[in-house]
Design a protein around this ligand. Structure first.
Ligand code: AMP
Ligand code: ZN
Length: 495
């Protein structure tokens, strides 16, 4: 990664205040960031990936500036119910029932899928990736605190957060901009059998019915934790009662994140997060991509092109470039045409990057590299504006072509700075990969390894160790590498 650059001042759009604020971490030089992870009951679609890519870009930029970032992103492996609130079946248990496998088999399968996909898109792993089921004890402790503070009540083995009581002394709705009176006016009356005092209350702990397989003992009997509580428990445990950044998709702002704030304030009295960052949705045909209604496209389809929405396949880097060309807070609509355009742009950028190594230098530079460089930082400092950064990189690409055609000039010192900056932003910050360069590097490695084997075979033959020399030749042949002995030495062909 590039040198320390913390002098850059970042402004982030904080959903809590509804404005751009200067980013100041609690502990200088350190950043604590929590991002809600996936509920691992199905394959991630490109919409989910967009959100994780956006926070990966933010993580990468903070690291690039030299911050020591602890990035926590959880895995939700229990407690997320099918209605995204307090009713229905656990999403993972439901999948396990339908497939007739163990819930933890569901979790394993989709966690592996999630990791594989994010790795393909060159997302860095988080510093800690805790699971909800690994933090049941922490969740129970928080519930006890909330009950002791008078903000939750137990009913028939379940525990509910008392939203109305909380709102008497706190502000429930401050993140999502909702007003509790309006919420009450807009909700249906509770049914007679409801255990909740008010429709706005939400579950911290749910009693497990006999058929519910994912269950844990608690002071209130066997049950399972509420979805909102998981994130409070895991963020508090690894980042403290107050931390810098909390991220997630826009759709999680209410109720999930609103409830996280309420839970922290009701248990330890502290507003947990300084900056709430929300990534906007990826849409398909103008509608949010979503797991539940089938309006989605999966990464595997992008790579192969096997989808009615696509005319061909695209590399993960092109898809990542497509995502980075939009600001993370803007809605982005997916289409074949948009991907084709991104592919063109991506190739143009990579072509320019590859020209950098062989550029001629002069006595004078025809642009001010320092000013251009700062404009890249300015873009990212302005709420991580990756599309503006990309526009600056295209300016650089134009300049590179001009230098190559002797229509512009650059000094040796400026070229070094220019190269380092372009590569830092393209590869370290945007997380793009030059697919061709990677393939070439692998070919170089393969050629080197074959040359080494040829040398070892030659030595074996010189020692009359024909068993070893034949083994090298035969096994290479099995791998599709044919050695040919000639007067000039041994050559090879790859089939
Ligand atoms: P889930 O596994 O459903 O909890 O979603 C994981 C993450 O993906 C959350 O941060 C969601 O906000 C996000 N997400 C879900 N659908 C989309 C979408 N269409 N576009 C962008 N992000 C999404
Ligand atoms: Zn969460």
């Amino acid at each position: 990664m590039a040198p320390l650059n913390q002098k850059q001042e970042i402004k982030v759009y904080n959903s809590l205040s509804g404005s751009k604020e200067t980013f100041k971490p609690l502990l200088e030089g350190n950043v604590g960031m929590y991002v809600c992870g996936p509920t691992v009951y199905s394959n991630v679609h490109l919409g989910n990936v967009r959100t994780f890519m956006s926070f990966d870009m933010i993580f990468r930029y903070l690291k690039h500036l030299g911050y020591k970032v602890r990035y926590v992103r959880n895995i939700t492996d229990a407690g997320h119910l099918t209605d995204d609130a307090d009713e229905g079946e656990d999403k993972i248990a439901k999948k396990a029932r339908l497939e007739q496998i163990e819930p933890m088999e569901v979790v394993q399968q989709y966690t592996i899928d999630f990791h594989t996909i994010l790795q393909k898109f060159n997302c860095l792993p988080p510093s800690i990736e805790p699971t909800a089921t690994g933090h049941i004890i922490e969740q129970i402790e928080i519930i006890k605190e909330i009950i002791d503070n008078g903000f939750a009540y137990e009913k028939n083995g379940s525990v509910y957060f008392d939203v109305l009581k909380f709102n008497e002394s706190h502000d429930y709705g401050k993140l999502s901009g909702r007003n509790l009176e309006d919420m009450i006016a807009n909700t249906r009356e509770l049914t007679a059998q409801s255990e909740k005092k008010n429709a706005q209350d939400f579950a911290l702990w749910k009693k497990a019915e006999p058929q519910h397989i994912m269950r844990w003992p608690s002071p209130w009997g066997d049950g399972f934790p509420g979805w909102h509580l998981e994130c409070t428990a895991m963020s508090t445990k690894y980042l403290g009662e107050q931390f810098d950044i909390h991220g997630g998709g826009m759709d999680l702002k209410f109720p999930h994140h609103e409830c996280e704030i309420a839970q922290s304030e009701a248990s330890n009295g502290k507003n947990p997060v300084n900056y709430w960052l929300h990534a906007n949705m990826l849409t398909l045909n103008g509608k949010k991509m979503s797991k539940s209604d089938g309006n989605n496209i999966f990464p595997a389809q992008i790579f192969t092109g096997d989808s009615p929405f696509l005319t061909k396949g695209f590399s993960p880097s092109v898809a990542r470039f497509f995502v980075m060309q939009a600001h993370y807070r803007s809605v982005l609509d997916f289409s074949n045409d948009a991907l084709l355009a991104s592919e063109k742009g991506f190739n143009r950028l990579m072509e320019a990057v590859n020209l950098l190594e062989a550029l001629p230098t002069s006595e004078k530079s025809s642009i001010d590299v320092e000013i251009w460089k700062q404009s890249c930082y300015d873009a990212m400092n302005d709420d991580f504006n990756s599309p503006i950064l990309i526009a600056q990189l295209f300016e650089a690409a134009k300049f590179i072509h001009q230098i190559k055609d002797s229509k512009a000039a650059i000094t040796q010192t400026d070229l070094e700075d220019f190269k380092t900056t372009i590569k830092a932003f393209v590869f370290d910050v945007l997380g793009l990969e030059d697919v061709n360069a990677a393939a070439e590097a692998n070919t170089d490695k393969l050629n080197g390894a074959i040359e080494l084997l040829i040398q070892l075979r030659k030595e074996a033959r010189a020692n009359k160790d024909f068993a070893t020399s034949d083994q090298i030749r035969d096994q290479l042949l099995e791998l599709g590498i044919q050695l040919k002995d000639g007067r000039e030495g041994t050559t090879y062909t790859l089939s």
